[in-house]
Design a binder for this molecule. Structure first.
Ligand code: HEC
Length: 149
């Protein structure tokens, strides 16, 4: 019994460590239960709709697919990210000093709630902490193109 307790405490210490190197431990940094609800659904949607290209760990793929994790372009605008998810993205963009110029397809099948869950996931992991991005936020952002920001 005592051994079991020690194991539990150790497991707790390890999972609380901010230096976790486990690539799949993304959700572990979220403590708010509301954000967690969105993020769990968002993680699945991300795996199914985005990770083929941007990779599960968000690093992108070489010079073809830009990163989302630790990416200046991604961090700069939630509005723009939501617009890109729905409408796709074409033409030259610079992410972390690297030029990308490939087409990302649009996602007309993703509803505002889906996009809200994906962005809540991405903007609350990898050191981001934007809180909940709701489906009404998404609907609002989809009404106007982001270059007006
Ligand atoms: C078929 C591959 C592909 C898929 C699937 C895809 N993307 Fe992209 N994405 C790209 C490419 C390529 C670019 C760069 C477009 C350019 O060069 O103009 C990009 C650009 C972006 C950008 C802006 C650049 C950056 O790094 O911040 C964001 C944000 C983004 N994608 C998010 C997503 C999300 C979220 C999903 C899932 C809903 C997704 N993408 C699905 C290929 C993809």
């Amino acid at each position: 019994m005592r051994f079991f307790l020690i194991l539990l405490v150790m497991a707790g210490l390890i999972s609380c460590s901010p230096k976790s190197t486990d690539k799949e431990a993304t959700l572990a940094s979220i403590s708010d239960p509301e954000i967690m609800k969105y993020a769990i659904a968002g993680k699945t949607l991300y795996e199914n709709n985005c990770a083929n290209c941007h990779q599960s760990n968000g690093t992108g793929l070489g010079k073809l697919i830009p990163p989302l994790r630790d990416a200046d372009y991604f961090k700069a605008s939630v509005h723009r990210t939501i617009w890109i998810i729905r409408h796709g993205q074409e033409g030259e963009i610079t992410v972390n000093g690297q030029i990308y110029n490939q087409a990302m397809p649009p996602n007309p099948q993703l509803k505002p709630l889906d996009i809200a869950q994906i962005t809540t996931y991405l903007y609350n992991i990898w050191g981001n902490s934007e809180g909940i991005i709701s489906s009404s936020d998404v609907e609002k952002y989809l009404q106007t193109a982001p270059d007006s920001d």
